[in-house]
Design a protein around this ligand. Structure first.
Ligand SMILES: [Zn+2]
Length: 167
């Protein structure tokens, strides 16, 4: 068994044995969304105090608002969430490359034919962490569909476990 599968099987066995929360409602009970990075060092439910069933957690590379837009619209329009916390983090991989570099890596790893599949893809990298938090919050606020939604922006420090508010 591959490592991920092995962890799931073993971890889930232990989890299910003591699981008691099978009757939670589908809509998040506390009506908010945490958008954060897929970085393996972030444990959103523990680090941000999210009880099971309370909030949506959307994760992608860099906690990109544009990448998360589809899920945010579903969360808000179909499941009644009204607050979004955008949480990017120190040491994010998205600070370390750009579109051209990503395409070159794909070409080197997979060949030019495969690289064509990402020729038009915007990897949504960013050179400045706090500015990227502000930009993503501003981008969301500028959507008509986001009218009436409350936004805050945060930086989570993978070095200390602390989250600080940017806006
Ligand atoms: Zn990251």
């Amino acid at each position: 068994m591959a490592q991920g599968e092995q962890n799931l099987v073993n971890g889930n066995k232990a989890y299910a044995e003591s699981f008691t929360q099978g009757n939670l409602a589908l809509p998040p009970s506390q009506k908010y969304v945490v958008l954060t990075c897929m970085d393996a060092r972030i444990d959103p439910t523990s680090a941000f105090g999210i009880p099971l069933g309370a909030a949506h957690v959307i994760r992608n590379a860099g906690a990109s608002a544009r990448d998360a837009f589809r899920s945010l619209v579903i969360s808000q329009q179909l499941l009644d969430t009204t607050e979004v916390l955008v949480v990017k983090h120190t040491g994010c991989g998205m600070l370390t490359f750009d579109n051209a570099a990503a395409r070159n890596i794909v070409a080197a790893n997979k060949g030019e034919e495969a690289a064509k599949e990402v020729a038009e893809l915007d990897f949504l990298t960013f050179p400045d962490l706090e500015q990227a938090v502000k930009d993503d919050v501003e981008w969301l606020k500028s959507r008509k569909i986001e009218e009436g939604i409350t936004f805050t922006g945060w930086v989570y420090e993978v070095e200390t476990g602390k989250a600080r508010k940017v806006l």
